[in-house]
Design a protein around this ligand. Structure first.
Ligand code: C2O
Ligand code: CU
Ligand code: CU
Length: 899
């Protein structure tokens, strides 16, 4: 019994007559493994074990359909079936030629033990498992369609006439039927063989597999020609990778074929290996891929580590002159360098950053939104966060800057031509959101952060600007990201090199460290008439010190420290830049924009600087210098003439000021600032005129007031210490200078380091310096007062107050009433809390005792001096030369506080 549902399991039984010829084109000849007849007149008739099956219509009008199936499992799945021939032997008919068609059966069917009598045309009783007209497997499973479920279209049709062999040959459908069954044996249900069912009679009888006549030679026979599928197997490539391929494809692809049917398993294909040299000089045997992945240098397949094929290891070598180079330890030693270790790299450099490899950047001129640079104009300048490359070998550094650059753009202004600037805080984090915290850690001890936390507040001060209180950058008038303020700068002052920078209470040091500073140049007719070097020959230089991590990030202490000294100098935002100069005169506007560091600048070849200007503008006469001392916040306007230098001359701008300052010689010094390289291009020499600009000397005799300020460091529980002026802080206001009056301010420094004292609103003149001693904790001047340095004899806004010295300055308060800061310009000192404020007030003539209050003592003074008065007569308020009734009325009318 053959069962289509289990046909695969009966392969051996069915493979009778199997022939295999050749390797590429094979042929199999198969005898049917099942055949049967369906009788339309009854669902109980079949002929499983009979010698014949029937097709067509009987004389009484009943239909017969044959079923025949072959076992194709001898043909490997995937084979290309090239020819199919079905041969049936027709052994009995009473009609002439009739078509007989093969249709592919779609459901499994069976051949049981039924056996018809005689010529077998009437069928026999169906046995279990037989196919009948109704059943696929009698008596249970029935066809979906009575008479068999099959494809409506015939796969092949032949005309069958008299007895003999008939052949259904390779139609496309027959080929498709067989090749489908080869690939999917479970779908192989053979063909139904159908005669002409529209003619009566038309029956034909065919021999089955049970027929023994002619030695069994008349059984249904299927001949299939096919090309078996190409054999595949694992293919190993030189890199150790494996793919399944045919032998041909493998070999032609440069692989090694591992045999038919061999699968790729993880360690099937060993990659060849060889010696791998590592940067530290080590040698290990590795595959080429692993070697590369580990950063080694592969020496080739089959090489090994002994003898050691690897070159001596190299590492970063910090050499005294050419700085970082990757050398062997021996070569580094020979070069006098310091070896950083095997395998260390020069980028990022473990050495000090190499100086003089980046050209000096020149800050751009700020462009107004209304007007022109250098005239009355309106500007909008935003403070933003961005990255900037500060040295060739340093990854970009996150900085804050004005107008998208560090330092900010240079504002060009002209005396008498007011400008406005809308200062905007647009500091955003890396995600583009307005910042809510500072980029640097904020110490919450100092005044400011103690209330405001670590918010990124900013406010812009124009250092050296004579401006109203509202536009002065009052340290408490800060605004957060998203905020802005419009400042008016009247420019009612002489030509000068001034600058703008952040001034937020308690975090100025952080904001300026991040980069918030820029130049502001005021020009006027007097300066123009001097025909100073201009254009490319006028160069601002802001010197700042910073420290960097190898990833480019700024290093700044998390907790407040009493000063900050970087280990690297930048000019105009580049580390140790170089500047190519023509053989002519240059005007350099030098600004010490550092937080704490003082500079003592010289040219390495002794080139002379002619200082023409101080903080407040041109001096009366120029001063020739070979050394220029600049404390934080100070500026010097100098002429340097390179016209005598031969082309190719390299001149280093050097620094010799110790840090802290003053200090022991050589301690904390960064000896180089930048390099000037003289080109062969001609410039123009400049003869500095004898008199630059007449200077009004303030007369001590005009001073209405002398104020004393004592600078000390005091213990403070939060940060450990803080710097103070007269023991008082920012909120303690005790100075009320009267507008229009002149005062002398005496700064006495009771600490070991210099404080550059700066006053807002005014320029002052330095009167003198005098040493003092402390006797019973009292300041007692000793020796003679020393006049200021020659290059301090002009308008200043920042002055060095040296330890144990009293520095006296004289100034006239003018124009703007309000609150203004004065402070030490070491920003760490300023932040905690060597910064106080004075309040300028309008004159109050009736306030005779100067207590900013017209009261009883003033009245008494008038009464006491009643009558004519000659030389000094403060009570003569109306200036009549007589202290009388109107003076008394003036006191009474002004009764009360006057501010
Ligand atoms: Cu340059 Cu009050 O600062
Ligand atoms: Cu200032
Ligand atoms: Cu100070």
């Amino acid at each position: 019994m053959w069962c289509a549902r289990t046909m695969g399991g009966l392969l051996a039984a069915g493979a009778i007559g199997l022939t295999v010829t050749g390797a590429s084109a094979d042929v199999v000849e198969l005898v049917s493994v099942a055949d049967n007849t369906m009788y339309s007149e009854s669902g109980d008739l079949s002929n499983g074990a009979g010698d014949y099956f029937f097709t067509g219509v009987t004389g009484s009008g009943d239909r017969r359909r044959g079923l025949v199936a072959f076992d194709l499992s001898a043909i490997p799945p995937g084979s290309d079936v090239t020819s199919v021939t079905l041969q049936l032997y027709m052994s009995r008919t009473i009609v002439g030629p009739e078509p007989v068609a093969l249709h592919r059966v779609l459901e499994g069917w069976g051949e049981g033990g039924s056996q018809a009598d005689g010529q077998e045309g009437g069928g026999g009783d169906a046995a279990a498992g037989d196919a009948t007209w109704e059943h696929r497997f009698y008596p249970g499973d029935t066809w979906a369609t009575a008479g068999g479920t099959f494809v409506a279209t015939a796969s092949a049709t032949e005309m069958i006439d008299d007895s003999g062999f008939y052949t259904w040959a390779s139609t496309e459908s027959l080929l498709a039927d067989v090749s489908g069954w080869v690939d999917d044996a479970a779908g192989n249900f053979g063909w139904v063989v159908i005669g002409n069912e529209s003619a009566t009679p038309s029956a034909k009888r065919f021999n089955t597999r049970e027929d023994g006549s002619a030695g069994g030679g008349r059984r249904p026979r299927l001949t299939v020609q096919f090309t078996p599928p190409a054999e595949t197997g694992a293919c190993c490539f030189p890199d150790g990778s494996c793919t399944v391929a045919t032998s041909d494809a493998c070999v032609s692809g440069g692989g090694g074929y591992q045999g038919d049917g061999v699968p790729c398993t993880p360690d099937l294909c060993p990659a060849p290996d060889g010696a791998c040299c590592f940067p530290d000089g080590g040698c290990n045997v590795r595959t080429a891929l692993d070697c590369a992945a580990e950063g080694g240098d592969y020496q080739g397949d089959g090489t090994d580590c002994s003898p050691d094929p690897c070159p001596d290891p190299v590492g970063a070598c910090c050499q005294p002159d050419t700085f970082c180079a990757e050398l062997t330890a021996d070569d580094c030693d020979a070069a006098g360098g310091v070896y950083s270790g095997d395998g260390t790299l020069c980028v990022p450099s473990p050495c000090r950053l190499e100086p003089f490899v980046d050209p000096l950047p020149l800050p751009a001129v700020a462009q107004p939104i209304v007007g022109e640079p250098g005239g009355a104009a309106e500007y909008e300048i935003a403070m933003t966060q961005f990255t900037q490359t500060l040295h060739r070998d340093l990854p970009p550094t996150t900085v804050w800057g004005f107008g998208g650059t560090y330092p900010g753009p240079t504002i060009e202004a002209r005396t008498g031509e007011p400008i406005t600037v809308t200062w905007m805080n647009d500091l955003r984090d890396a995600a583009g959101d307005l910042r809510t915290d500072h980029f640097l850690p904020v110490d919450l001890c100092p005044h400011g952060p103690d209330h405001e936390g670590n918010t990124p507040r900013t406010v812009v001060h124009l250092h050296g600007g004579h401006v109203p209180e509202e536009s002065d950058g009052y340290p408490e008038h800060t605004f957060l990201p998203g905020g802005s303020d419009v400042y008016e700068y009247p420019n009612l002052q002489e030509a000068a090199t001034i600058w703008y920078h952040d001034h937020a209470l308690g975090i100025t040091r952080l904001n300026v460290q991040m980069g918030l500073a820029g130049f502001y140049l005021i020009r006027d007719d007097v300066e123009d008439a001097l025909n100073l070097p201009a254009g490319e020959f006028e160069v601002p230089l802001v010197i700042q010190d910073r420290e960097f991590r190898p990833d480019g990030a700024l290093v700044y202490p998390e907790e407040w420290e009493e000063h900050f000294f970087g280990n690297t100098l930048l000019v105009n935002g580049k580390v140790w830049p170089f500047f190519e100069v023509k053989r002519g005169a240059y005007r350099f506007r030098i600004l010490n924009g550092s937080n704490s560091r003082t500079y003592l600048l010289s040219f390495s070849d002794g080139t002379v600087m002619h200082q023409i200007g101080t903080d407040g503008g041109l001096m009366e006469t120029s001063v020739a210098l070979t050394e220029l001392l600049l404390a934080s916040g100070e500026r010097a306007d100098v002429i340097v003439d390179f016209s005598a230098a031969s082309p190719g001359t390299e001149i280093i701008l050097t620094n010799s000021a110790p840090a802290p300052f003053p200090g022991e010689e050589g301690v904390g010094v960064i000896p180089e600032v930048m390099k000037f390289v003289v080109t062969s291009d001609a410039g123009t020499p400049y003869e500095v005129p004898k008199v630059l600009r007449p200077l009004e000397i303030l007369d001590e005799a005009d001073a209405v007031m002398t104020r004393d300020f004592v600078m000390t460091k005091e213990p403070e529980p939060c940060a450990g210490s803080r710097w103070l002026i007269n023991g008082l802080g920012w909120d303690d206001i005790t100075e009320y200078p009267v507008l229009g009056t002149t005062e002398i301010w005496r700064f006495a420094n009771r600490s070991g380091i210099m404080h550059p004292m700066h006053m807002h609103l005014v320029f002052f003149q330095v009167l003198d310096r005098q040493a003092f001693e402390l006797i019973d904790d009292e300041i007692v001047p000793i020796g003679d007062p020393i006049p200021p340095e020659e290059n301090e004899r002009g308008w200043k806004d920042t002055v060095r107050v040296e330890p144990n010295e009293i520095t006296r300055v004289i100034t006239r308060f003018e124009d703007f009433a309000g609150l203004f800061a004065y402070h030490c310009h070491i920003l760490e000192h300023e932040d905690h809390e060597m910064m106080r404020q004075f309040q300028t007030v309008f004159p109050c003539p009736a306030d005779l005792d100067g207590d900013r209050d017209v009261g009883f003592t003033d009245l008494l003074t008038v009464l006491a001096s009643w009558g004519p008065c000659d030389v000094e007569c403060p009570a003569d308020i109306d200036g009549s030369g007589d202290v009388g009734f109107t003076d008394l009325l003036a006191v009474l009318a002004a009764w009360g506080p006057c501010v």
